[in-house]
Design a protein around this ligand. Structure first.
Ligand code: VG1
Ligand code: CO
Length: 544
């Protein structure tokens, strides 16, 4: 097999966003598009030559074709060994684990996460570095810069590789090990959680569960771990077959896109516990009977109860949350006497804190929770953590949550998304807010006094790197907050996210309806940003 050098010209739009490069499938299908990006990666990471690369994806449309293209480029660029998930499948957290376990130089995960798939849907590619985590900004910026000047890529001629059968094959000089995508990950979970106690819970006759894999990558993982190793009743996992178009749905575990699952937690036949994960397996939604646990609360509950899980028996050394995530975990950290870090949105900002041993748990309001066991957020891990807690406490989810609020107070929380709005209007809205930041502190809006207003900037405490303009934060005297930022994962126009939080510690006000509590703040947020006037939208597309 000979190495071929193919002349190419740069694409101007290959800047990775919050989590990798995400575009419509048709964009990725353009000749040279994927090749240019992957070659740019090999050009800026010379350590991949002679090294090990982990490779897999979430099973969406174009995943298998893309894997063949990447294998050829990897071989032509001198990669020594590729660890490939069979069927081209690997969940994001499983890929992170494999990179760490087999000391790979990095990994490529093909996914657009919770974005819809299929020929008309989205595709994406993410690069993770040797610690198993998403490439930090310095790397994604270098990758982008390289993609703007690339003029050739290297590939091989030769037939497609069998990516479905376990075993070792060769492509040119490169060795390809096709691995069971589930086994190493499932083994890791067994070291963290009390599988025996969870088995007993499943067999107590008092507990029932559904896990919705949303026809995405976690189906095989959930079947093996829940129905296999934990012996939950067959049928516990629903929508467990990964499909290239996710069955035509959004593989996004939230109240809107997992509405069928939510329905199973209500009524006389309600299950005790339900959970879902997203396209690439890094997000999670936690539900109990008549109860939705906000991701921000979930992080706080796990932090407060971590010692119940064997892998965290020593407690937590520190915690971190992304800036828009509610401050519920801050209260827990305060009581535990450990540090709580506030980082910009995106998992890449947790990596240094985890590597430096400053934090054990971290999370985002966007249905992401994780720990130092890998360097990605991890959907099934969060579900198993909850199962471990429920097994230890033998309490309904709702009671556990109520106890938590009684102890720490409650951070009512909601997020409003305005999707696919005009990009210029979105920029204008943010600029308008920025222009008024200085005059906001001290003003009283709807009976609440603003104490600070800023555009969030982060200085990484480990390596000192700076990230500016990470979202507008408005903080009120009583702990309430409004946050505005533009999404970095959308593929159409712009998406405005408005995050709202109200803190209550009055025991009589802990169990109110979230929408009612948030309503006055929602009005303030809309007026202040002139949302309707600037975007033409009277209401958000998604409320979570
Ligand atoms: C969104 C979420 C963010 C998350 C990111 C990737 O980003 O808000 O918290 O880290 O998706 O998650 P944005 O820029 O659209 O707000 V995933 O599951 O897509 O890897
Ligand atoms: Co995801």
């Amino acid at each position: 097999m000979t190495v071929i050098q193919v002349p190419t010209t740069p694409f101007a739009d290959q800047r990775p966003g919050t989590s990798g490069l995400r575009k419509k499938v048709q964009v990725f299908q353009q000749p040279h598009y994927l090749e240019n990006f992957v070659q740019s990666l090999f050009d800026i990471r010379p350590d991949l030559a002679g090294g090990t690369l982990v490779l897999g994806g979430d099973g969406r449309y174009y995943n298998r074709e893309a894997v063949q293209i990447i294998l050829r480029l990897a071989a032509a660029n001198g990669v020594a060994r590729v660890l490939l998930g069979a069927g081209a499948l690997l969940s994001t957290p499983a890929a992170s684990h494999l990179i760490r376990k087999y000391r790979a130089q990095g990994g490529i995960v093909l996914s657009a996460s919770h974005n819809p798939g299929g020929p008309e849907g989205d595709f994406g590619i993410k690069f993770n570095v040797a610690n198993g985590g998403p490439a930090p900004e310095a790397v994604t910026e270098a990758l982008h810069a390289r993609s703007r000047e690339i003029d050739r890529y290297l590939t091989l001629d030769g037939p497609d590789i069998d990516i479905d059968h376990l075993g070792t094959t060769n492509l040119g000089e490169m060795e390809i090990q096709v691995l069971d995508p589930v086994r190493d990950y499932a083994d890791l979970m067994e070291t963290l959680f009390d599988f025996e106690a969870i088995q007993q819970l499943f067999h107590s006759g008092l507990f029932s569960m559904r896990f919705d894999a949303m026809h995405a990558v976690t189906g095989p993982y959930a079947r093996e771990i829940l129905e296999g190793r934990l012996r939950a009743e067959p049928g516990t996992v629903i929508n467990g077959e990964p499909l290239p178009d996710f069955g035509g749905h959004h593989p996004d575990p939230n109240l809107k896109h997992a509405a069928d699952l939510v329905a199973l937690t209500k009524g006389p036949d309600a299950v005790s516990f339900a959970a879902a994960s997203d396209g690439d397996g890094d997000r999670n939604m936690i539900l109990g009977r008549n109860c939705f646990v906000t991701p921000s609360d979930s992080l706080a509950v796990l932090a407060a109860n971590a010692h119940h899980a064997p892998g965290y028996a020593g407690g937590v050394v520190g915690v971190a949350r992304s800036m828009p995530t509610s401050q519920a975990v801050d209260r827990v950290a305060e009581q535990l006497g450990v540090e709580c870090y506030e980082t910009p949105t995106g998992w890449k900002f947790f990596g240094n804190l985890l590597d430096a041993g400053r934090i054990t748990l971290c999370g985002e309001e966007s249905f992401g929770t994780g720990s130092n066991h890998v360097r990605e957020k991890d959907g099934l891990w969060a579900v198993l953590f909850w199962l471990n807690l429920l097994a230890a406490k033998r309490q309904p989810v709702l009671d556990l949550l109520h106890d938590h609020w009684r102890r720490f107070g409650r951070n009512y929380y909601t997020r409003h998304d305005y999707e696919a709005i005009d990009a210029d209007a979105a920029q204008g809205l943010m600029e308008h807010l920025r222009a008024h930041l200085a005059e906001l502190p001290g003003r009283t809006l709807g009976g609440r006094t603003l104490t600070y207003a800023d555009d969030f900037a982060y200085r990484d405490p480990v390596d000192g790197s700076e990230s500016a303009r990470q979202g507008i934060r408005l903080g009120f005297e009583d702990g309430a907050r409004i946050v505005y930022r533009l999404s970095g994962t959308g593929t159409e126009g712009a998406t405005l996210r408005v995050y709202l939080e109200v803190y209550e510690r009055d025991p009589k006000r802990l169990f109110l309806d979230t929408a009612e509590v948030m309503a006055p703040l929602v009005d303030i947020a809309r007026d202040l940003a002139e949302i309707e006037q600037r975007t033409g939208r009277a209401a958000p597309d998604v409320i979570t």
